[in-house]
Design a binder for this molecule. Structure first.
Ligand code: SF4
Length: 324
């Protein structure tokens, strides 16, 4: 699936959220209809045979005046026969039956909610302006109305505790969204969170904490058949003040999950048969994962055979082709 993101930076947002700096994230300050039309035309031409969607991200789409929403839909309209749908992101407190009816009429198929946490303590401390029940009701309405639901979560916001995260994971799993995005909270320049951090009133997660939290969440969601489509902010953000930012956080988390699965299934004096597409995850940046794995298993060398007939991995009592 290819998605063309069109950024409506901060448009429709009732206020600037304490951690949010969409200009730093999207590197865009205003919406240019002409440029967007060109992007759409190129996108459809380049991806003729691929499943594709256009997405309006970076603001609160459903709080925009209807006349402006209409302009955005009119922009996409000529390309609809070539697209598989439209997705929008919005806040959970800007969803109701009439909003959903308008979205359905304009061929929106996927709604992504920036929920961030299902804990009222976190939502209050982070001044989000809605509560957990509002989010849960919006999620249910979206699903009942036949839209695909995406949920964005931000571990590490002010008020974050292991118990608030546990609750957030539990409620998310029960709501059964189609997918989740995980964005561990990062302190960006020109945000209220930057001031809190500099005054000592906010302490971000460490990178290592964020990796563990995301790996555990990924396992929980995968057990509940919920896909995680993104972990961490994208790779070229240059206004990070503090927090668990890494340009390849998603890959690091996948590597951690692989290591944990290997540790759980490890058989002494057996060879690891691994599909070659997972070898870079196994070794990790600077061989960190391989070192972690060997240290945890208390071994100096891991016998391994790369085998494309193995779907993922298995341990077999056979001679290894190499050692890690
Ligand atoms: S977090 Fe969402 S609602 Fe808040 S300012 Fe950013 S884009 Fe707007």
């Amino acid at each position: 699936m290819k998605i063309l993101p069109l950024f409506i930076t901060h448009q429709g947002c009732p206020f600037q959220c304490l951690y949010c700096n969409q200009k730093a994230i999207t590197k865009s300050s205003g919406f240019n209809f002409e440029k967007a039309e060109q992007l759409l035309a190129d996108f459809c031409k380049k991806n003729l045979e691929t499943t594709k969607e256009v997405a309006f991200f970076g603001g609160t789409f459903t709080s925009l005046p209807l006349s402006l929403q209409k302009e955005y839909f009119a922009l996409v309209q000529p390309y609809l026969p070539k697209l598989n749908g439209i997705r929008i992101s919005t806040r959970p407190d800007f969803i109701d039956e009439s909003i959903l009816a308008n979205l359905r009429q304009n061929k929106v198929t996927v709604i992504e909610l920036g929920i961030q946490s299902f804990s009222d303590d976190v939502l209050t401390a982070s001044k989000r302006g809605y509560n957990s029940q509002t989010s849960q009701t919006s999620c249910q309405l979206i699903k009942e109305n036949g839209f695909k639901l995406g949920i964005q979560l931000m571990p590490g916001l002010p008020g974050f505790l292991p118990s608030t995260w546990e609750k957030t994971l539990e409620i998310t799993a029960n709501l059964q969204p189609s997918y989740v995005r995980l964005y561990p909270t990062v302190v960006l320049a020109n945000t209220e969170l930057e001031n809190l951090y500099k005054n000592g009133a906010y302490k971000p997660l460490s990178l290592s904490e964020a990796i563990t939290i995301c790996a555990e969440a990924s396992e929980k969601f995968s057990q509940n058949n919920i896909q995680i489509i993104k972990i961490g902010l994208h790779s070229d953000i240059d206004e990070v003040i503090a927090g668990p930012y890494h340009p390849a956080l998603g890959e690091i988390v996948k590597g951690r999950i692989l290591c944990q699965e290997l540790i759980r299934n490890y058989k002494k004096n057996h060879t690891l048969f691994l599909n070659p597409r997972y070898i870079s995850l196994l070794t990790g940046f600077n061989h960190k994962n391989a070192k972690f794995l060997k240290k945890t298993l208390n071994i100096t060398k891991l016998p391994i055979t790369l085998c494309s007939k193995t779907n993922y991995f298995s341990f077999k009592k056979k001679k290894a082709k190499q050692y890690l």
